[in-house]
Design a protein around this ligand. Structure first.
Ligand code: FEO
Length: 185
């Protein structure tokens, strides 16, 4: 007999489950991507950026696990995503943070698509669950943008890159003080 989910009766639709599993894939890829970036920064001597990204990778894993729990609690089946195509080397520290900002904007679009779907089919339970992610994405984009701005404000010449790395190390504290992101955890 094929394996079957033990609670076949549920309100979660197959489409919503599929989209939630896609979001798991996004969060899993974020975690792997940031871990790869953290390691590259480590090898380049950007100690603070590296610590920032190791923490961020862990946070993304927690974002993924929250959705795992939600799907399974709702009678679905959360699936471990395939994570491939992770970049390991970067041209510069600036490239790393510009890539993070671009990636977070894609995650926001994905969350918005999911929220729009839930609203349309009147799945207000999942809609409500997703509000945490809506708020989180606003904050994560802000944090990534603050990091990218440092490159223009400080400049990369002389001790600029060292200073930028120091400032990136303060971004978690910035998140605590302003509520921008769950980087404080
Ligand atoms: Fe969980 Fe940064 O998206």
């Amino acid at each position: 007999m094929e394996n079957q989910i033990i609670t076949p009766k549920r309100s979660l639709t197959e489409k919503t489950e599929e989209l939630l599993n896609e979001q798991i894939g996004m969060e899993g890829k974020s975690s792997a991507y940031y871990l790869s970036m953290a390691s590259w920064c480590d090898t380049m001597g950007y100690v603070n950026a590296s610590n920032f990204l190791y923490k961020h990778a862990e946070e993304e894993r927690q974002h993924m696990l929250k959705i795992f729990a939600y799907i399974n609690d709702a009678g679905g089946h959360a699936l471990q995503p395939e994570v491939t195509g992770i970049k390991h080397r970067f041209e510069s520290l600036r490239e790393v943070f510009e890539a993070i900002l671009g990636h977070e904007i894609e995650v926001t679009k994905s969350i918005n698509k999911l929220v729009d779907h839930c609203f349309t089919i009147k799945d207000f339970t999942t809609f409500n669950f997703l509000q945490w992610y809506v708020t989180e994405q606003r904050e994560e984009e802000t944090l990534a943008r603050r990091a990218v701005e440092l490159f223009d404000i400080i400049g990369e010449q002389g001790i600029g890159l060292w200073t930028i790395d120091q400032e990136i190390g303060k971004l978690h504290q910035y998140a605590v003080e302003t509520g921008a992101g769950d980087g404080a955890q």
